[in-house]
Design a protein around this ligand. Structure first.
Ligand code: GUN
Ligand code: FE
Length: 426
């Protein structure tokens, strides 16, 4: 067990709000019982005598939150990136995901994924597995070992995929219940199940009804994909002619926020009605900018989401995105927002470093509760960054140093990582 109270010393930086950083140079970040007690420029007398870890001139930031990532796709990162979404799923994704029926293969592949997540700056993640129950449980065992705090979902799909990976409707529902029972028995500290219908094209209405029953029975959250790519959206119109818009095809089944905490990845083409419904229902958006480029989806109107006060986080969407490194995802979010502004719609201003940092910490963190900030009472998720590898000819202020990390940092620059006050072995 960790000490009930311990203190990290360093250059503390986190989001004061969506447009400003809060900075405390050479300050003290106090953890009590897994939560943030406070950030102090000088250590209060009453806290003297508690252990202090001095990280010198390092930066200390809240842990990063990956709101959308596919564990089985880690093995084909960077491959076949010349295709559009639906072809990419057929050619790359389904054949690879089918291999996870074999536990030996799943163990090899998931160990590599779990190791990479452990070494990254990510402390929280919403993870897709595959349709396979045993391999999904294995992934959850491995994620629990990392010390990260995650939601993991067994994928459901009972239509429009190759028969070697497609489930029968009832089988899909039954396997989901068995999987939930199995993992609830395990009493993981940091790993929870999340319902994961892959997306509307791969789930029949009957399956969605079954999933709603399961959602109520076990009070589970849900993750899926929404309005990612034009060909996918056209397909949903054909499959669900009764839906007002794509998101409505989830909402009809009660699987779109409201009484079912929901993360939807992408939302590149969400129209006014879909945006209004997401806002009303409190749906979280996982913005996955690199994936949206790689499978030719487009650029999500993130500035609009922020102006509307919606819940927006960042997702790596491996293997649509090529890396689990969320610093890259933050940089991609800024870069793609600039192209959107220049080429598509100059009414939506490009994103700033403060905004993408907020999304990658507190924005996505909110899906996990009080996560993603160093405000008192927040869960103590912290990452210590050493930027000395990125040499510079003159001193930089803290904000500039963090901005540079957003563009340049990777796992080599991480000195320590804590989740809920527990140190993660890097
Ligand atoms: N839509 C349905 N499945 C997937 C997937 O695996 N990746 C992405 N990016 N979009 C999807
Ligand atoms: Fe995805």
């Amino acid at each position: 067990m960790h000490e009930p109270v311990f203190i990290l010393k360093g250059n503390i930086i986190y989001s004061k709000n969506i447009t400003e950083f809060e900075v405390c140079e050479h300050g003290y970040l106090v953890c009590r019982d897994g939560k943030v007690e406070g950030v102090y420029q000088t250590l209060p007398f009453r806290l003297g005598g508690n252990p202090v870890r001095d990280f010198g001139d390092c930066l200390i930031i809240p842990g990063l939150v990956d709101l959308h990532v596919h564990a089985p796709q880690y093995s084909y990162r960077g491959l076949g990136m010349d295709m559009e979404l639906l072809d990419w799923l057929e050619v790359n994704t389904f054949p690879e995901e089918a291999k996870f029926e074999e536990l030996d293969y799943a163990e090899k592949a998931y160990r590599i994924f779990a190791d990479s997540m452990r070494k990254s700056a990510t402390t929280r993640a919403c993870i897709f597995a595959t349709v396979h129950r045993p391999a999904t449980i294995l992934l959850m065992d491995l994620m629990e070992e990392t010390g990260l705090d995650t939601f993991v979902g067994k994928v459901n799909m009972d239509r429009n995929c190759p028969e070697y990976i497609q489930e029968e409707t009832q089988e899909s529902a039954d396997e989901t219940v068995e999987w939930i029972k199995d993992v609830l028995h395990k009493k993981y500290a940091n790993t929870r199940p999340i319902l994961t219908p892959r997306f509307i094209p791969s789930c029949t209405d009957d399956l969605m009804e079954e999933l709603k029953k399961i959602q109520i029975r076990y009070s589970l959250p849900l993750q899926s994909h929404l309005s990612e790519n034009p060909s996918e959206i056209e397909w949903v119109k054909e499959l669900c002619p009764w839906s007002e818009f794509y998101g409505d095809a989830y909402d009809r089944f009660g699987l779109f926020g409201a009484d079912c905490p929901t993360v939807m990845a992408h939302c590149v083409y969400s129209d006014d009605r879909e945006i209004a419904r997401m806002k009303e229902n409190g749906v979280f958006i996982a913005h996955c900018p690199e994936s949206n480029m790689n499978v030719s989806s487009g650029i999500a109107p993130v500035r609009r989401f922020l102006e509307e006060g919606m819940h927006v986080g960042i997702g790596s969407d491996v293997a649509g995105g090529s890396t689990e490194n969320l610093f890259r995802a933050m940089a991609h979010a800024v870069q793609s927002s600039k192209l959107r502004w220049r080429l598509q719609d100059n009414t939506l201003e490009a994103l700033k470093a403060e905004e993408v940092f907020y999304m990658a910490t507190k924005g996505g963190g909110e899906f996990f509760g009080q996560v993603g900030s160093f405000e008192p009472g927040y869960e103590f998720d912290a990452v210590v960054l050493d930027d000395s590898r990125l040499r510079h000819p003159q001193p930089l202020d803290l904000k500039s140093r963090l901005e540079r990390m957003i563009y340049l940092a990777d796992e080599r620059d991480i000195r320590a990582k804590f989740v809920k006050g527990q140190e993660v072995r890097l």
